[in-house]
Design a protein around this ligand. Structure first.
Ligand code: SOE
Length: 376
């Protein structure tokens, strides 16, 4: 068994999802490489130590530059707020490390371009954690589309709805609420949630050419969690946009953190000439499928329960009919990454793939700011 020594930077929610992926992948997938949890890095040493103990990291660093310098680290996992992705990734690439970076790739396209150049110049393997591609039902949707079962695609529709920032007392900044601080996050729902929808959309339906967007910031001022200062909120709380795809289809996307009652409702629907599909994160095993070539007397929406061994990833899990969950998407991503080390093939989404999503996000934000259609 060959080893892949991981240096994790950050220990928040995403640090846990990725680490769980490293711990589980070899239990379920037949792989030649095995991740080793070498070190976790965070400014707060006590918290880093507690995380290391809970998850089994062998050591702790408090300075990410030291972690990158270490000879016993093969891959850097960037789980920091977005404003550190660029600096860390470029330094890691220069040190010859593989990089697994949390989404979105960067604060903006210019940063993303620099990051792509750095990993490509250094020739280091790189990947971005757009995990929803690896929900078995979403991967099955990709297979059905690639087989031509939908025919010409007319419409792509996606939503990502949450409600956790409605209360004006939720602060911005700090460890738990940095996603509300533009200096740390770059943008609001566009970079955080729509980026997932855009990544999946480009993967399933091809490139996006132009966009027309509207954004809103419903709570205009929030206290900063660290300084206690009341500051204007500069992120987008909600964003909707229309777009055209390269293949001529129309896209309609909506995301908000103000949809009372919705915690993480990611849904997508694709309508083609021959068939349609739809999927909902809250029922993630189910792929709804309507095939117009079915016998008309029984034609209707089929509810495909994606748990069978010959459906994507499911042969590695339990027995047909039994389910897996959100955390498994990260296990699949780790397994695919480890497999790519064996085969030498690129594994998507690479930094370059994620740059496409970044470009769409930037076009969306500038379209909303200028109230105009924008080319991507
Ligand atoms: C935000 O609440 C968030 O955690 C995102 O940052 C994740 O990327 C998304 O998958 C779930 O929601």
């Amino acid at each position: 068994m060959k080893t892949l020594n991981i240096g994790m930077i950050g220990y928040g929610f995403m640090g846990r999802t990725h680490t769980n992926g490293y711990c589980q992948a070899n239990h379920f997938f037949d792989l030649q490489y095995k991740p080793v949890l070498k070190a976790v890095c965070a400014r707060n040493e006590e918290k880093a130590k507690a995380f290391a103990q809970q998850w089994g990291y062998e050591s702790v660093e408090t300075d990410w530059r030291k972690l990158i310098e270490r000879d016993d680290i093969d891959a850097i996992d960037v789980c920091t707020p977005n404003n550190l992705h660029k600096e860390i990734s470029i330094a890691a690439a220069k040190a010859g490390k593989m990089i697994l970076c949390e989404k979105p790739l960067a604060m903006n396209t210019a940063e993303g371009e620099e990051m792509c150049k750095a990993v490509e110049d250094a020739g280091v393997r790189n990947m971005v954690w757009y995990n929803y591609r690896r929900v078995p039902a979403v991967t099955l949707a990709k297979q059905l589309i690639d087989q031509g079962r939908l025919g010409k695609i007319f419409h792509y529709r996606a939503n990502f709805l949450q409600d956790w920032t409605i209360n004006a007392d939720v602060p911005q900044g700090g460890a738990a609420t940095w996603r509300l601080d533009a200096e740390a996050a770059g943008s609001g729902v566009t970079g955080d949630l729509l980026a997932h929808c855009i990544d999946t959309a480009i993967w399933l339906n091809g490139g996006i050419t132009d966009v027309s967007a509207v954004t809103e910031t419903f709570v205009k001022e929030r206290t900063h969690a660290e300084t206690g200062e009341k500051k204007p909120v500069k992120i987008d709380d909600a964003c909707s946009f229309f777009c055209h795809f390269d293949n001529g289809s129309l896209g309609l996307f909506e995301s908000t953190r103000y949809a009372r009652g919705h915690k993480a409702l990611y849904t997508l629907e694709i309508n083609g000439e021959k068939a349609s599909i739809r999927w909902d994160l809250h029922d993630l095993h189910r792929l709804e499928y309507f095939d117009h070539s079915d016998d008309s007397v029984v034609r209707g929406w089929r509810s495909v329960h994606v748990t069978d061994g010959d459906q994507p990833y499911m042969g590695n899990w339990w027995v047909p009919g039994l389910q897996i969950g959100y955390e498994h998407t990260f296990i699949h991503q780790v397994a695919d990454f480890l497999k790519s080390l064996e085969t030498g093939e690129a594994i998507g989404p690479t930094f370059r793939d994620a740059l496409e999503t970044q470009k769409v996000c930037d076009a969306v934000l500038s379209s909303a700011a200028e109230r105009a259609w924008k080319n991507v």
